[in-house]
Design a protein around this ligand. Structure first.
Ligand code: CS2
Length: 494
Protein backbone atom coordinates (compact mmCIF):
# COMPACT_ATOMS: atom_id res chain seq x y z
CA UNK A 1 0.00 0.00 0.00
CA UNK A 2 1.42 3.43 -0.92
CA UNK A 3 2.06 5.99 1.83
CA UNK A 4 -0.14 8.99 2.47
CA UNK A 5 1.82 12.05 1.28
CA UNK A 6 1.49 15.12 -0.94
CA UNK A 7 2.01 13.04 -4.08
CA UNK A 8 -0.78 10.58 -3.22
CA UNK A 9 -3.37 13.05 -1.90
CA UNK A 10 -5.26 12.97 -5.18
CA UNK A 11 -5.75 9.23 -4.81
CA UNK A 12 -7.88 9.60 -1.69
CA UNK A 13 -11.48 8.41 -2.06
CA UNK A 14 -13.85 11.32 -2.81
CA UNK A 15 -15.51 11.09 0.60
CA UNK A 16 -12.22 11.67 2.46
CA UNK A 17 -11.77 15.36 3.31
CA UNK A 18 -8.32 16.77 2.51
CA UNK A 19 -6.58 20.17 2.48
CA UNK A 20 -8.30 22.33 -0.14
CA UNK A 21 -5.77 25.16 0.25
CA UNK A 22 -2.27 25.50 -1.23
CA UNK A 23 0.01 24.11 1.49
CA UNK A 24 2.99 25.77 -0.20
CA UNK A 25 1.44 29.15 0.60
CA UNK A 26 1.05 28.38 4.30
CA UNK A 27 3.52 30.02 6.67
CA UNK A 28 4.24 29.24 10.32
CA UNK A 29 2.25 31.47 12.65
CA UNK A 30 1.97 28.96 15.49
CA UNK A 31 4.56 26.85 17.27
CA UNK A 32 2.85 24.08 19.21
CA UNK A 33 4.57 22.24 22.05
CA UNK A 34 3.31 18.68 22.50
CA UNK A 35 2.11 17.20 19.19
CA UNK A 36 0.29 14.26 20.71
CA UNK A 37 -2.95 12.79 19.43
CA UNK A 38 -5.14 15.31 21.24
CA UNK A 39 -3.54 18.36 19.58
CA UNK A 40 -3.62 16.71 16.16
CA UNK A 41 -7.33 15.88 16.52
CA UNK A 42 -8.31 19.21 18.07
CA UNK A 43 -6.40 22.50 17.57
CA UNK A 44 -4.81 21.26 14.33
CA UNK A 45 -8.26 20.40 12.89
CA UNK A 46 -9.71 23.81 13.79
CA UNK A 47 -6.63 25.42 12.25
CA UNK A 48 -6.74 23.23 9.14
CA UNK A 49 -10.26 24.51 8.54
CA UNK A 50 -9.20 28.17 8.39
CA UNK A 51 -5.94 27.97 6.43
CA UNK A 52 -7.71 28.40 3.11
CA UNK A 53 -8.90 31.80 4.30
CA UNK A 54 -5.74 32.76 6.18
CA UNK A 55 -2.52 30.84 5.37
CA UNK A 56 -0.48 32.71 8.00
CA UNK A 57 -1.38 30.18 10.74
CA UNK A 58 0.47 27.01 9.86
CA UNK A 59 1.69 24.98 12.83
CA UNK A 60 5.29 24.01 13.55
CA UNK A 61 4.85 20.99 15.81
CA UNK A 62 7.38 20.33 18.57
CA UNK A 63 7.81 17.05 20.40
CA UNK A 64 9.28 17.55 23.85
CA UNK A 65 10.01 13.92 24.51
CA UNK A 66 10.43 11.51 21.63
CA UNK A 67 10.93 11.77 17.88
CA UNK A 68 8.37 9.09 16.99
CA UNK A 69 5.67 11.49 15.77
CA UNK A 70 8.17 13.48 13.67
CA UNK A 71 9.70 10.27 12.30
CA UNK A 72 6.28 8.84 11.41
CA UNK A 73 4.92 12.00 9.79
CA UNK A 74 7.98 13.26 7.90
CA UNK A 75 7.57 10.61 5.13
CA UNK A 76 3.95 11.76 4.95
CA UNK A 77 4.88 15.42 4.35
CA UNK A 78 3.33 16.18 7.74
CA UNK A 79 -0.09 14.83 6.70
CA UNK A 80 -2.20 12.64 8.99
CA UNK A 81 -5.75 11.28 9.05
CA UNK A 82 -8.34 12.06 11.70
CA UNK A 83 -11.05 9.39 11.74
CA UNK A 84 -14.26 10.47 13.45
CA UNK A 85 -15.94 7.31 14.69
CA UNK A 86 -19.22 6.44 16.37
CA UNK A 87 -22.04 3.91 16.05
CA UNK A 88 -22.83 5.31 12.58
CA UNK A 89 -19.40 4.48 11.22
CA UNK A 90 -16.29 6.50 10.39
CA UNK A 91 -15.61 9.74 8.56
CA UNK A 92 -12.06 10.75 7.57
CA UNK A 93 -10.20 14.02 7.19
CA UNK A 94 -6.57 14.32 6.12
CA UNK A 95 -5.07 17.28 8.02
CA UNK A 96 -2.40 19.47 6.40
CA UNK A 97 -1.95 22.23 9.01
CA UNK A 98 1.61 21.18 9.83
CA UNK A 99 4.42 23.32 8.39
CA UNK A 100 7.07 21.16 10.01
CA UNK A 101 8.10 19.18 13.08
CA UNK A 102 10.96 19.44 15.55
CA UNK A 103 12.14 17.36 18.45
CA UNK A 104 13.06 19.83 21.16
CA UNK A 105 15.98 17.99 22.75
CA UNK A 106 17.66 17.50 19.35
CA UNK A 107 18.03 21.25 18.87
CA UNK A 108 16.83 23.28 21.87
CA UNK A 109 18.75 26.36 20.79
CA UNK A 110 17.36 26.16 17.27
CA UNK A 111 13.88 25.90 18.73
CA UNK A 112 14.23 29.05 20.82
CA UNK A 113 15.58 30.86 17.74
CA UNK A 114 12.50 29.65 15.85
CA UNK A 115 10.24 31.00 18.59
CA UNK A 116 11.88 34.40 18.20
CA UNK A 117 11.01 34.68 14.51
CA UNK A 118 8.50 37.54 13.98
CA UNK A 119 6.09 35.34 11.93
CA UNK A 120 5.50 33.21 15.05
CA UNK A 121 2.67 34.95 16.87
CA UNK A 122 1.29 32.14 19.03
CA UNK A 123 3.04 29.44 21.05
CA UNK A 124 0.52 26.86 22.24
CA UNK A 125 0.86 23.85 24.51
CA UNK A 126 -0.63 20.43 25.05
CA UNK A 127 2.05 18.86 27.23
CA UNK A 128 -0.43 17.10 29.61
CA UNK A 129 -0.88 18.00 33.26
CA UNK A 130 2.59 16.68 34.16
CA UNK A 131 4.37 18.85 31.58
CA UNK A 132 4.26 22.15 33.49
CA UNK A 133 6.86 21.50 36.22
CA UNK A 134 4.31 22.73 38.73
CA UNK A 135 2.86 21.80 42.08
CA UNK A 136 -0.65 20.46 41.21
CA UNK A 137 -2.20 21.58 44.51
CA UNK A 138 -1.03 25.20 44.25
CA UNK A 139 -0.15 25.76 40.58
CA UNK A 140 3.23 27.15 41.64
CA UNK A 141 6.54 26.43 39.85
CA UNK A 142 8.41 23.43 41.22
CA UNK A 143 11.82 25.07 41.53
CA UNK A 144 13.37 21.75 42.51
CA UNK A 145 12.35 20.15 39.23
CA UNK A 146 15.62 18.93 37.62
CA UNK A 147 14.76 20.37 34.21
CA UNK A 148 13.81 23.73 35.72
CA UNK A 149 17.08 23.82 37.66
CA UNK A 150 18.96 22.98 34.44
CA UNK A 151 17.13 25.61 32.40
CA UNK A 152 17.72 28.37 34.95
CA UNK A 153 21.43 27.87 34.31
CA UNK A 154 21.36 26.85 30.64
CA UNK A 155 18.52 28.88 29.16
CA UNK A 156 20.20 28.67 25.76
CA UNK A 157 19.33 24.96 25.63
CA UNK A 158 16.15 24.47 27.65
CA UNK A 159 14.65 21.07 28.48
CA UNK A 160 11.35 22.01 30.15
CA UNK A 161 8.19 23.44 28.61
CA UNK A 162 8.49 26.48 30.87
CA UNK A 163 12.15 26.98 30.01
CA UNK A 164 11.46 26.63 26.30
CA UNK A 165 8.75 29.29 26.38
CA UNK A 166 10.91 31.59 28.50
CA UNK A 167 13.91 31.13 26.19
CA UNK A 168 11.84 32.16 23.18
CA UNK A 169 10.40 35.14 25.02
CA UNK A 170 13.82 36.28 26.20
CA UNK A 171 15.18 36.21 22.65
CA UNK A 172 12.27 38.37 21.55
CA UNK A 173 12.73 40.80 24.40
CA UNK A 174 16.48 41.04 23.77
CA UNK A 175 15.76 41.67 20.06
CA UNK A 176 13.12 44.27 21.02
CA UNK A 177 10.44 42.19 19.30
CA UNK A 178 6.87 42.03 20.58
CA UNK A 179 6.20 38.77 22.44
CA UNK A 180 4.14 35.92 21.02
CA UNK A 181 0.94 34.98 22.82
CA UNK A 182 1.16 31.83 24.96
CA UNK A 183 -1.93 29.64 24.54
CA UNK A 184 -2.34 26.84 27.09
CA UNK A 185 -4.53 23.99 25.83
CA UNK A 186 -4.28 21.48 28.69
CA UNK A 187 -6.79 20.35 31.32
CA UNK A 188 -5.47 22.61 34.06
CA UNK A 189 -7.59 24.99 36.12
CA UNK A 190 -7.25 28.54 34.76
CA UNK A 191 -4.64 27.10 32.40
CA UNK A 192 -3.61 30.48 30.96
CA UNK A 193 -3.28 32.18 34.34
CA UNK A 194 -1.48 29.11 35.72
CA UNK A 195 1.00 29.09 32.82
CA UNK A 196 1.49 32.87 33.16
CA UNK A 197 2.42 32.39 36.79
CA UNK A 198 4.87 29.62 35.97
CA UNK A 199 6.64 31.47 33.14
CA UNK A 200 6.69 34.74 35.08
CA UNK A 201 8.24 33.09 38.13
CA UNK A 202 10.82 31.31 35.96
CA UNK A 203 11.67 34.59 34.20
CA UNK A 204 12.01 36.39 37.55
CA UNK A 205 14.52 33.76 38.66
CA UNK A 206 16.52 34.48 35.51
CA UNK A 207 16.28 38.27 35.83
CA UNK A 208 13.70 40.33 37.74
CA UNK A 209 13.38 42.79 34.86
CA UNK A 210 12.68 39.89 32.47
CA UNK A 211 10.06 38.64 34.90
CA UNK A 212 8.42 42.06 35.01
CA UNK A 213 8.39 42.19 31.21
CA UNK A 214 6.70 38.78 30.97
CA UNK A 215 4.11 39.78 33.56
CA UNK A 216 3.42 43.10 31.86
CA UNK A 217 3.76 42.37 28.15
CA UNK A 218 2.93 38.70 27.44
CA UNK A 219 -0.65 37.50 26.98
CA UNK A 220 -1.67 34.09 28.37
CA UNK A 221 -5.33 33.52 27.46
CA UNK A 222 -7.05 30.56 29.10
CA UNK A 223 -8.90 27.94 27.11
CA UNK A 224 -11.25 25.04 27.65
CA UNK A 225 -10.48 22.18 25.30
CA UNK A 226 -12.63 19.10 24.78
CA UNK A 227 -12.42 16.09 22.50
CA UNK A 228 -12.06 12.46 23.57
CA UNK A 229 -8.97 11.18 21.75
CA UNK A 230 -7.78 7.70 22.76
CA UNK A 231 -4.20 6.64 22.08
CA UNK A 232 -4.01 5.24 18.53
CA UNK A 233 -3.85 1.45 18.29
CA UNK A 234 -2.48 -0.77 15.53
CA UNK A 235 -6.08 -1.72 14.77
CA UNK A 236 -6.84 2.00 14.25
CA UNK A 237 -3.87 2.31 11.86
CA UNK A 238 -5.01 -0.71 9.84
CA UNK A 239 -8.67 0.39 9.68
CA UNK A 240 -7.88 3.99 8.77
CA UNK A 241 -5.26 3.07 6.16
CA UNK A 242 -7.74 0.63 4.58
CA UNK A 243 -10.47 3.28 4.58
CA UNK A 244 -8.36 5.93 2.84
CA UNK A 245 -6.56 3.46 0.56
CA UNK A 246 -3.13 4.72 1.63
CA UNK A 247 -0.84 3.82 4.52
CA UNK A 248 -1.03 6.33 7.34
CA UNK A 249 1.48 5.40 10.03
CA UNK A 250 0.23 7.99 12.54
CA UNK A 251 -3.55 8.47 12.28
CA UNK A 252 -6.05 9.26 15.02
CA UNK A 253 -9.47 7.86 15.87
CA UNK A 254 -11.67 10.23 17.81
CA UNK A 255 -15.29 11.15 18.55
CA UNK A 256 -17.50 13.51 16.53
CA UNK A 257 -17.74 15.98 19.44
CA UNK A 258 -15.21 18.76 19.77
CA UNK A 259 -15.30 22.03 21.67
CA UNK A 260 -12.83 24.88 22.17
CA UNK A 261 -13.59 27.94 24.30
CA UNK A 262 -10.84 30.57 24.21
CA UNK A 263 -10.30 33.89 26.00
CA UNK A 264 -9.91 36.45 23.24
CA UNK A 265 -6.66 37.98 24.47
CA UNK A 266 -3.97 37.82 21.77
CA UNK A 267 -1.26 40.49 21.33
CA UNK A 268 -0.34 39.70 17.69
CA UNK A 269 -3.67 38.48 16.31
CA UNK A 270 -5.07 34.98 16.12
CA UNK A 271 -6.78 32.67 13.61
CA UNK A 272 -10.51 33.12 13.06
CA UNK A 273 -11.14 29.85 14.85
CA UNK A 274 -14.62 31.09 15.74
CA UNK A 275 -15.59 30.80 12.07
CA UNK A 276 -15.06 27.04 12.28
CA UNK A 277 -16.71 26.18 15.56
CA UNK A 278 -14.53 27.52 18.36
CA UNK A 279 -15.85 30.19 20.76
CA UNK A 280 -14.04 33.34 21.83
CA UNK A 281 -15.21 34.60 25.23
CA UNK A 282 -14.09 37.12 27.84
CA UNK A 283 -13.92 34.56 30.66
CA UNK A 284 -13.36 30.82 30.16
CA UNK A 285 -13.62 29.91 33.85
CA UNK A 286 -17.25 28.71 33.95
CA UNK A 287 -16.78 26.57 30.84
CA UNK A 288 -13.56 25.12 32.22
CA UNK A 289 -15.02 24.25 35.62
CA UNK A 290 -17.98 22.61 33.91
CA UNK A 291 -15.75 20.46 31.75
CA UNK A 292 -13.03 19.59 34.28
CA UNK A 293 -15.55 18.67 36.99
CA UNK A 294 -18.35 17.04 34.99
CA UNK A 295 -16.34 15.30 32.26
CA UNK A 296 -12.86 14.80 33.65
CA UNK A 297 -13.83 14.16 37.26
CA UNK A 298 -16.29 11.49 36.09
CA UNK A 299 -13.71 10.11 33.65
CA UNK A 300 -11.13 9.55 36.36
CA UNK A 301 -13.63 8.07 38.83
CA UNK A 302 -15.10 5.60 36.33
CA UNK A 303 -11.67 4.67 35.02
CA UNK A 304 -10.20 3.62 38.36
CA UNK A 305 -13.38 1.83 39.44
CA UNK A 306 -14.00 0.36 35.98
CA UNK A 307 -10.46 -0.96 35.70
CA UNK A 308 -10.79 -2.68 39.08
CA UNK A 309 -14.03 -4.23 37.78
CA UNK A 310 -12.07 -5.66 34.83
CA UNK A 311 -13.19 -3.21 32.14
CA UNK A 312 -10.48 -2.23 29.66
CA UNK A 313 -12.40 0.61 28.03
CA UNK A 314 -14.69 3.44 29.10
CA UNK A 315 -17.53 2.09 26.94
CA UNK A 316 -17.23 -1.33 28.61
CA UNK A 317 -17.18 0.29 32.05
CA UNK A 318 -20.28 2.30 31.20
CA UNK A 319 -22.06 -0.93 30.28
CA UNK A 320 -21.82 -1.86 33.97
CA UNK A 321 -25.26 -0.62 35.16
CA UNK A 322 -24.26 0.31 38.73
CA UNK A 323 -21.15 2.16 37.56
CA UNK A 324 -23.06 4.08 34.90
CA UNK A 325 -25.58 5.04 37.57
CA UNK A 326 -22.85 6.11 39.97
CA UNK A 327 -21.26 8.30 37.27
CA UNK A 328 -24.58 9.94 36.45
CA UNK A 329 -25.30 10.53 40.15
CA UNK A 330 -21.77 11.91 40.69
CA UNK A 331 -22.33 14.44 37.93
CA UNK A 332 -25.86 15.39 38.93
CA UNK A 333 -25.79 15.33 42.72
CA UNK A 334 -22.21 16.21 43.66
CA UNK A 335 -20.34 17.94 40.80
CA UNK A 336 -23.03 19.97 39.01
CA UNK A 337 -24.19 21.77 42.20
CA UNK A 338 -20.70 23.31 42.53
CA UNK A 339 -20.81 24.97 39.11
CA UNK A 340 -21.34 28.71 38.63
CA UNK A 341 -24.49 29.72 36.81
CA UNK A 342 -23.81 29.59 33.06
CA UNK A 343 -26.68 31.67 31.72
CA UNK A 344 -28.96 29.50 29.62
CA UNK A 345 -26.70 26.47 29.88
CA UNK A 346 -28.60 23.20 30.18
CA UNK A 347 -26.51 21.23 32.69
CA UNK A 348 -28.72 18.08 32.69
CA UNK A 349 -28.51 17.95 28.90
CA UNK A 350 -24.73 18.39 29.07
CA UNK A 351 -24.45 15.54 31.59
CA UNK A 352 -26.60 13.34 29.34
CA UNK A 353 -24.35 14.18 26.38
CA UNK A 354 -21.29 13.20 28.42
CA UNK A 355 -22.83 9.82 29.28
CA UNK A 356 -23.57 9.27 25.59
CA UNK A 357 -20.00 10.24 24.65
CA UNK A 358 -18.58 7.87 27.27
CA UNK A 359 -20.73 5.09 25.81
CA UNK A 360 -19.42 5.58 22.24
CA UNK A 361 -18.98 1.91 21.18
CA UNK A 362 -16.53 2.79 18.40
CA UNK A 363 -13.96 4.40 20.70
CA UNK A 364 -11.56 2.09 22.46
CA UNK A 365 -10.64 4.62 25.17
CA UNK A 366 -8.66 2.63 27.73
CA UNK A 367 -9.42 3.13 31.42
CA UNK A 368 -5.70 2.59 32.02
CA UNK A 369 -4.87 5.62 29.82
CA UNK A 370 -7.21 7.91 31.76
CA UNK A 371 -5.94 6.50 35.07
CA UNK A 372 -2.46 7.79 34.20
CA UNK A 373 -0.97 10.77 36.06
CA UNK A 374 -3.69 10.87 38.70
CA UNK A 375 -1.51 12.90 41.07
CA UNK A 376 -1.55 15.66 38.45
CA UNK A 377 -5.26 15.31 37.66
CA UNK A 378 -7.07 14.81 40.97
CA UNK A 379 -6.72 18.43 42.22
CA UNK A 380 -8.68 19.99 39.34
CA UNK A 381 -10.95 17.00 38.64
CA UNK A 382 -12.14 15.97 42.13
CA UNK A 383 -10.47 17.90 44.96
CA UNK A 384 -11.64 21.36 43.91
CA UNK A 385 -15.19 20.02 43.73
CA UNK A 386 -14.77 18.44 47.16
CA UNK A 387 -13.59 21.74 48.65
CA UNK A 388 -16.65 23.51 47.28
CA UNK A 389 -18.98 20.78 48.55
CA UNK A 390 -17.41 20.87 52.02
CA UNK A 391 -17.68 24.67 52.09
CA UNK A 392 -21.39 24.24 51.35
CA UNK A 393 -21.74 21.53 54.01
CA UNK A 394 -22.80 19.09 51.29
CA UNK A 395 -22.03 15.34 51.08
CA UNK A 396 -19.03 14.10 49.10
CA UNK A 397 -19.54 10.31 49.17
CA UNK A 398 -19.14 9.67 45.42
CA UNK A 399 -16.30 12.19 45.06
CA UNK A 400 -14.53 10.58 48.01
CA UNK A 401 -14.96 7.18 46.36
CA UNK A 402 -13.16 8.54 43.31
CA UNK A 403 -10.27 9.68 45.51
CA UNK A 404 -10.24 6.33 47.32
CA UNK A 405 -10.18 4.45 44.02
CA UNK A 406 -7.09 6.45 43.03
CA UNK A 407 -5.51 5.56 46.36
CA UNK A 408 -6.09 1.90 45.67
CA UNK A 409 -4.69 2.41 42.17
CA UNK A 410 -1.36 3.81 43.32
CA UNK A 411 -0.73 0.75 45.51
CA UNK A 412 0.13 -0.86 42.17
CA UNK A 413 -1.85 -4.03 42.91
CA UNK A 414 -5.31 -4.82 41.54
CA UNK A 415 -8.14 -6.79 43.17
CA UNK A 416 -6.75 -10.07 41.86
CA UNK A 417 -3.35 -9.34 43.38
CA UNK A 418 -1.86 -8.61 39.95
CA UNK A 419 0.54 -5.70 39.37
CA UNK A 420 -0.84 -2.48 37.87
CA UNK A 421 1.42 -0.50 35.54
CA UNK A 422 0.97 2.82 37.35
CA UNK A 423 2.21 5.72 35.19
CA UNK A 424 2.56 8.88 37.25
CA UNK A 425 5.38 11.37 37.91
CA UNK A 426 4.96 10.52 41.60
CA UNK A 427 4.49 6.76 41.13
CA UNK A 428 7.58 5.67 43.08
CA UNK A 429 6.88 7.98 46.02
CA UNK A 430 3.21 6.98 46.16
CA UNK A 431 4.08 3.29 45.95
CA UNK A 432 6.60 3.63 48.76
CA UNK A 433 3.98 5.31 50.97
CA UNK A 434 1.47 2.59 50.10
CA UNK A 435 3.91 -0.24 50.75
CA UNK A 436 4.90 1.22 54.12
CA UNK A 437 1.25 1.65 55.14
CA UNK A 438 0.02 -1.72 53.90
CA UNK A 439 -3.44 -2.51 52.47
CA UNK A 440 -5.37 -1.19 55.47
CA UNK A 441 -7.48 1.93 54.92
CA UNK A 442 -6.84 3.48 58.32
CA UNK A 443 -3.14 3.54 57.53
CA UNK A 444 -3.12 3.79 53.74
CA UNK A 445 -5.40 6.83 53.46
CA UNK A 446 -3.52 8.98 56.01
CA UNK A 447 -0.22 8.00 54.41
CA UNK A 448 -1.28 9.17 50.95
CA UNK A 449 -2.96 12.29 52.31
CA UNK A 450 0.49 13.47 53.39
CA UNK A 451 1.28 14.22 49.73
CA UNK A 452 0.80 17.97 49.95
CA UNK A 453 1.50 18.53 46.24
CA UNK A 454 -1.81 16.74 45.59
CA UNK A 455 -4.00 17.36 48.64
CA UNK A 456 -2.65 20.69 49.86
CA UNK A 457 -2.71 21.51 53.58
CA UNK A 458 -6.45 22.01 54.08
CA UNK A 459 -8.10 18.73 53.06
CA UNK A 460 -5.94 16.38 55.19
CA UNK A 461 -6.99 18.47 58.18
CA UNK A 462 -10.72 18.17 57.51
CA UNK A 463 -12.22 15.08 59.17
CA UNK A 464 -15.24 15.22 56.88
CA UNK A 465 -12.88 14.63 53.96
CA UNK A 466 -10.46 12.21 55.60
CA UNK A 467 -13.33 10.23 57.11
CA UNK A 468 -15.20 9.90 53.82
CA UNK A 469 -12.07 8.87 51.91
CA UNK A 470 -10.93 6.38 54.53
CA UNK A 471 -14.40 4.82 54.72
CA UNK A 472 -14.61 4.50 50.93
CA UNK A 473 -11.11 3.04 50.75
CA UNK A 474 -11.95 0.52 53.46
CA UNK A 475 -14.95 -0.66 51.45
CA UNK A 476 -12.89 -0.90 48.28
CA UNK A 477 -10.17 -2.92 50.02
CA UNK A 478 -12.58 -5.23 51.86
CA UNK A 479 -15.38 -5.71 49.30
CA UNK A 480 -13.93 -4.65 45.95
CA UNK A 481 -15.05 -1.99 43.49
CA UNK A 482 -18.11 -3.77 42.08
CA UNK A 483 -19.75 -4.50 45.46
CA UNK A 484 -18.84 -1.05 46.75
CA UNK A 485 -20.36 0.74 43.76
CA UNK A 486 -23.49 -1.44 43.78
CA UNK A 487 -24.01 -0.78 47.49
CA UNK A 488 -23.55 2.98 47.07
CA UNK A 489 -26.03 3.09 44.19
CA UNK A 490 -28.54 0.95 46.11
CA UNK A 491 -28.23 3.17 49.20
CA UNK A 492 -28.88 6.24 47.04
CA UNK A 493 -32.03 4.66 45.66
CA UNK A 494 -33.55 4.02 49.11
C1 CS2 B 1 -9.11 12.06 29.87
C2 CS2 B 1 -9.02 13.30 29.01
O1 CS2 B 1 -7.05 10.92 29.65
C3 CS2 B 1 -7.75 11.62 30.39
O2 CS2 B 1 -7.41 12.01 31.53
O3 CS2 B 1 -10.00 12.34 30.94
O4 CS2 B 1 -7.96 13.22 28.08
C4 CS2 B 1 -10.34 13.50 28.28
O5 CS2 B 1 -10.51 12.45 27.31
C5 CS2 B 1 -10.37 14.84 27.57
O6 CS2 B 1 -10.15 15.87 28.51
C6 CS2 B 1 -11.73 15.05 26.91
O7 CS2 B 1 -11.83 16.36 26.44
Amino acid sequence: MDRLCEATLDRLPAEVERPTYDREAVTTGIVHLGIGAFHRAHQAVYTDRILGEDPRWGILGVSLRSGETRDALSPQDGLWTVATVDADGARHRVVGASTGMMVAHEDPTGLSIRLAQPEVRIVSTTVTEKGYSHDPATGRLNEDDPDIRHDLVHLERPRSTIGTIAAGLKRRRDARLAPFTVLACDNLPANGRTLRGLVTRFAELIDPDFGAWVAGEVRFPSTMVDRIVPATTDADRAAISAAIGLEDAWPIATEPFMQWVIEDDFSLGRPAWDTVGAQFVADVAPYELMKLRLLNGSHSTLSYLGHFMGHETVAEAMAEPALARLVADLMTHESAPTLPDLAGFDVPAYCASLIARFRNPALRHRTWQIAMDGSQKLPQRLLGTIRDRLAAGAPIDRLALGVAAWMRWVTGIDEQGRPIDVRDPMAARLRALADAAGPVAERLAPALLTVGEVFGADLPGDPRFTGAVESALDRLLRRGAKATVEAMVAEARR
